[in-house]
Design a protein around this ligand. Structure first.
Ligand SMILES: Cc1ncc(COP(=O)(O)O)c(C=O)c1O
Length: 486
């Protein structure tokens, strides 16, 4: 009878794989941070059809190293400073192995009581770590994008008179336009949520920001009033704590006051920045969130949890349940009225056992240990920002409230278009060097370099290396520009 591979292969190959992982984490500099693969390279190195007969794990693992690794951009590298830097961690990796072995689907309490109850426990731990009251219900999802989408689904269900769950939205002349508000710097997942829920991109209203890239509450109030006058229904507002481009913080207390007054669902997107509230002196970043309806934070961004793990908190989980619960006969259980069945709170049926890794990470580092690491990342960002400020040829382009620095090379004698071109060239040159990776955005139409610190193994020497490589690239560009001009 054909079955699984013998478990002794797991033992022998498992040890080899663990050794590989330990070496990988210990000496990441063996690999360029950014893969130098060109489009199609990896596919071209692999057979186009599957093997008819079994192949040995030795061969497969050898090809993992020779064919797959060259196409990997090393997110887990301490000199990965792009997008939002993230990392896994030793307890997180161990937990993932156990999760793969158990292969649990955390959908009904019955389909693994421990998976459900541990999720209740760790989301409650995380809630307490963030300084939130015990009135919040927590659920893990795969990503903040999905957390935000289902929060908007709950916002829609908070208006049962619309009967959207039963009747849908298409072809109905009795429905007003449903409006969702956010700043121009809100993550694109808000727009995608609106697409997925049939709200439509035209109904995502971008509210003006202030000089520090924060949503303006007066502009929000005006937009809501204008929408009401036009017969639209103000449904939800998404405020961001730590926007993707430059980590600005929308003024949640003032926004919450307006949302309460206007009966607008307030969702707070703290996907990256929210976890910093576990550090006592940064707790204030979640000020006002108690008055919100939902909040998302991503342990897989800045809490050393291997992808994926997003945590969604809701004040009124019954509304989310009303939006998505659907229990066919084969999923009914005797205890369904006494327990949480997490499948009731989203679109997915089968759900990963994410709680195990969060549990192991919180225990292995302790709340203080996690806070110390986040604090250190913020300190490193401040150090880098000071280096930038101290060099007359460089400038900061946004405040640094978290661990992201937005900056650019801007020598006095260069025009704006030249600066854009120079910074783009500097970024590509540094990234091509393979030692460091950073990404960019545009702030006020200016090409902006972003250095994001979030990897658990990042030390000052990594940040110093990035600064050194950036300055060298700038000097080289400056020299060749000069030579070119002559
Ligand atoms: C503020 C913010 N919200 C949401 C997201 C989306 O996160 P995810 O990849 O978990 O969907 C991001 C991603 O960087 C983000 O920065």
């Amino acid at each position: 009878m054909p079955g699984d591979l013998p478990t002794d292969q797991l033992t022998t190959k498992g040890h080899e794989v663990l050794d590989w992982i330990a070496e990988y984490l210990e000496h990441p500099e063996r690999y360029p941070v950014l893969s130098s693969a060109r489009p199609g390279d990896i596919k071209a190195s692999l057979p186009t059809s599957p093997p008819e007969h079994p192949e040995s794990l030795d061969d497969i693992l050898a090809e993992f190293e020779s064919k797959i690794i060259p196409g990997i951009t090393h997110w887990n590298h301490p000199s990965f400073f792009g997008y939002f830097a993230t990392s896994s961690s030793v307890p997180g990796i161990l937990a993932e192995m156990l999760v793969a072995a158990l292969d649990v689907k955390a959908m009904l309490w019955k389909t693994s009581p421990a998976a459900t109850e541990l999720e209740e426990v760790v989301t409650s731990w995380l809630r307490q770590m963030l300084g939130l009251s015990d009135g919040w219900f927590g659920i893990t999802t795969d990503t903040a994008s999905i957390s935000t989408m289902i929060a908007l689904g709950a916002a829609r269900e908070a208006r049962p008179e619309l009967q959207i769950r039963e009747r849908g939205m298409a072809g109905r002349t009795d429905l007003p336009r449903l409006r969702v508000y956010c700043s121009p710097h809100a993550h694109s997942s808000v727009d995608k949520g609106a697409i997925a829920l049939g709200i439509g991109l035209e109904n995502v209203v971008k509210i003006d920001d202030d000089e520090n890239f924060r949503m303006r509450p007066d502009a929000l109030a005006e937009a809501i009033a204008a929408d009401r006058a036009a017969g639209h229904l103000p449904l939800a507002c998404v405020a961001t704590v730590g926007t993707t481009g430059m980590t600005s913080i929308d003024p949640v207390p003032a926004i919450a006051t307006i949302c309460r007054r206007e009966r607008v669902w307030l969702h707070v997107d703290g996907a990256y920045g929210g976890v910093l509230a576990i550090v006592p002196e940064y707790r204030h970043i979640l000020d006002g969130v108690e008055a919100a309806d939902s909040l998302v934070v991503n342990p897989h961004k800045w809490l050393f949890t291997p992808f994926d793990c997003s945590a969604l908190f809701l004040k009124r989980p019954d509304i989310l349940r009303r939006a998505f619960s659907l229990v066919p006969e084969f999923l009914t259980t005797r205890e369904q009225n006494e327990v949480v069945n997490y499948m009731d709170y989203g679109v997915q049926l089968g759900r990963r056992f994410r709680a195990l890794k969060l549990w192991m990470i919180i225990r292995a580092f302790g709340v203080r240990g996690l806070a110390d690491r986040l604090r250190e990342h913020c300190k490193l960002a401040q150090t880098f920002a000071r280096w930038v400020e101290a060099d007359p040829d460089w400038e900061l382009l946004a405040p640094v409230p978290f661990s992201l620095v937005c900056f650019r090379y801007a020598p006095a004698d260069t025009s704006e278009p030249e600066r854009d071109r120079l910074n783009e060239e500097i970024m590509h040159a540094v990234n091509a060097g393979g030692e460091v990776f950073l990404s960019h955005t545009k702030l006020q139409s200016r090409f902006t370099l972003r250095l994001a610190i979030g990897n658990i193994r990042t030390e000052e020497r990594h940040v110093a290396l990035a600064w050194d490589r950036l300055r060298s690239a700038a000097l080289t560009r400056g020299r060749s520009e000069g030579a070119h001009a002559k």
